[in-house]
Design a protein around this ligand. Structure first.
Ligand code: ZN
Length: 428
C-alpha cells in the first residue's frame, strides 16, 4: 500500500477479541486446529522476512522462500512472473470454482529505527507496510488449503506479487502473462490496517479515494504568474474538504473513531476532494500545470478534466491551451465487486465472531493499492485486516516509523481467509 504522507501514530480504538465461533462446521473446526498447529512456524517465517526486507523489484530472497515453501506443499509453482512474482497453483480433489489469493512481498526504504526485537538486517530498509505479514498469511492459507485438498473442489491460485509500493508489480505480472498462467473466477487479498488484531473490514465498491494527477499543457510565452493563479482558482473550486480540522495524519487518525470514522454510516470520510499539490513548470518551451488530488466520486473524476478545459477555453488563455490529461493510469483504490463483497461478508460472519467483521462506509483518504489492476480483469474483494493492539502499544498504521503488527493477526487472517476461499471454491 502506498500512503501519501508521514503519520506518527494511529490509535486503534476497537477492543475486541475473537470469541466463540459462529455456526461452526467440522471442516471449519479443522481449519482452526490446523492453523493453530502451524502458527509458531508462521511467526518464525514472518520474523525472518522482517529481518531480511527487500525493496520493490528486488524481492529475490523473499520470492525464493515463497517458491520453496509452496513446492514443499506440493503446489505447481511458477517463478519470475513480472519480476520476482511467484504463482502457486493448488488443485483440489474435485472440479469447482477457481479462486485467486494475492499477497505482496516488498518493503520500504526508511532510516527510522525498527521498533521490534527482530530488527531489519538490511540497513535503510524495513517492512513498515506489513507485506511480511501479508506474505506469511498467504503461505499459511496455502498450507491449510493443501491439508484440506480432499475437501477442496476447484483450484486455488496464490499470487505473490513484487513491487506493490511502486504500483508496478501487479501490472508487470499481468503484462508477463499472469492471466494466461491462471484463469481465476474471483480474486481476493488483504492489507493490514490500524484496527484491533483480527478485525476484518469490508466495503463494496471503492475502498479508498481516487488518486489522480492532472497534466495541462500550454504554449510558451504565456504570463506564467497570471496563468498559475487562474489555474489555482479553478482547481480550488473543486475542493470539498473532510469536515475535520487538522493535518492529514490528524484526520486519518479518525478513521477508527466510532462516531465519525469508517464504521459509522455518518462518517466524515465521505464525498470529498482534496487538492494535494499544484504547480506550474516550463520545460523545453512547453508550460505544464500539474495538479494531484484525491476525489471520492468517479463521476467527478471523469468530468473534472472536461470542466477545466471548458473554463480555459472560455478565458484569455484559450489560445495558449494545448492539452489536458491524467498522467497516471491507476486509480489508487481497490473497487470491490458488490455481489462478492456481500457473499464473502456473510461467509466470514457465519464462520467467525460476527462482530469481528465490520462493514465500512466512506472512502479512506491518502491510501493507495495496485490490487485494482487485478480487479480490472477479475471480480474480487480487497479486505483490510486489523493488526494493532492498543494494550500492547502496537500500532499498525502503514508507513509510520512505529509501525508494528500484533502477530496474532496472522492466525486470524489464515483461518478466516482459508475458510472463505474453501467455501468460494466449493460453491456452485
Ligand atoms: Zn502496503
Amino acid at each position: 500500500m502506498k500512503i501519501q504522507f508521514i503519520a506518527i501514530l494511529l490509535l486503534a480504538t476497537t477492543k475486541t477479541l475473537y470469541g466463540q465461533y459462529g455456526k461452526s462446521t467440522s471442516t471449519h473446526q479443522q481449519i482452526v486446529e490446523q492453523t493453530d498447529a502451524i502458527y509458531d512456524n508462521l511467526v518464525k517465517i514472518r520474523r525472518d522476512l522482517h529481518e531480511n526486507p527487500e525493496v520493490s523489484t528486488l524481492e529475490k530472497r523473499t520470492s525464493k522462500i515463497v517458491a520453496e515453501y509452496l513446492r514443499k506443499l506440493g503446489l505447481e509453482v511458477k517463478t519470475n512472473v513480472g519480476g520476482y512474482g511467484v504463482v502457486g497453483t493448488l488443485k483440489g480433489g474435485k472440479k469447482g470454482r477457481k479462486i485467486a489469493w494475492r499477497a505482496d512481498m516488498d518493503a520500504i526504504k526508511t532510516e527510522e529505527p525498527d521498533v521490534v526485537d527482530f530488527k531489519s538486517k538490511n540497513k535503510g530498509v524495513r517492512h513498515i507496510c506489513g507485506h511480511d505479514v501479508h506474505t506469511t498469511i498467504g503461505l499459511g492459507i496455502a498450507n491449510i488449503l493443501s491439508q484440506q485438498k480432499e475437501n477442496l473442489e476447484g483450484t486455488v491460485y496464490f499470487i505473490f506479487q513484487p513491487a506493490e509500493e511502486t504500483f508496478t508489480g501487479a501490472k508487470d505480472m499481468i503484462k508477463d502473462g499472469l492471466f494466461e498462467i491462471i484463469k481465476p473466477d474471483e480474486i481476493y487479498g488483504l492489507h493490514i490496517v490500524p484496527e484491533a488484531s483480527g478485525v476484518i473490514n469490508v466495503k463494496a465498491n471503492e475502498l479508498f479515494a481516487y488518486q489522480k494527477s492532472l497534466e495541462i499543457k500550454f504554449k510558451p510565452g504565456t504570463n506564467e504568474k497570471g496563468l498559475e493563479n487562474f489555474m489555482n482558482t479553478i482547481l480550488n473550486s473543486f475542493v470539498r474538504t473532510i469536515k475535520q480540522e487538522g493535518s492529514p495524519w490528524e484526520i486519518i487518525n479518525k478513521i477508527s473513531d466510532p462516531k465519525i470514522g469508517l464504521t459509522n454510516k455518518e462518517t466524515i470520510f465521505n464525498d470529498y476532494f482534496i487538492l494535494q499539490g499544484a504547480r506550474l513548470n516550463t520545460n523545453n518551451g512547453v508550460t505544464f500545470y500539474k495538479a494531484d488530488f484525491l476525489e471520492t466520486d468517479v463521476k467527478k473524476v471523469n468530468s473534472i478534466p472536461l470542466e477545466i478545459k471548458k473554463q480555459i477555453l472560455n478565458s484569455k488563455y484559450k489560445d495558449a491551451f494545448i492539452s489536458i490529461e491524467y498522467s497516471k493510469d491507476y486509480s489508487g483504490t481497490p473497487i470491490n465487486d458488490p455481489k462478492l463483497t456481500k457473499i464473502s461478508t456473510k461467509i466470514l460472519r457465519n464462520r467467525y465472531n460476527k462482530d469481528m467483521v465490520k462493514q465500512l462506509y466512506g472512502q479512506i483518504p491518502f491510501f493507495g493499492e495496485d490490487f485494482i489492476f487485478y480487479q480490472q480483469k477479475v471480480p474480487g474483494v480487497f479486505f483490510l485486516l486489523g493488526g494493532s493492539n492498543i494494550q500492547k502499544g502496537i500500532s499498525s498504521m502503514p508507513h509510520t516509523p512505529n509501525f508494528a503488527v500484533d502477530e496474532t493477526t496472522i492466525k486470524y487472517g489464515v483461518q478466516s481467509f482459508a475458510a472463505l476461499i474453501l467455501e468460494r471454491a466449493n460453491s456452485k
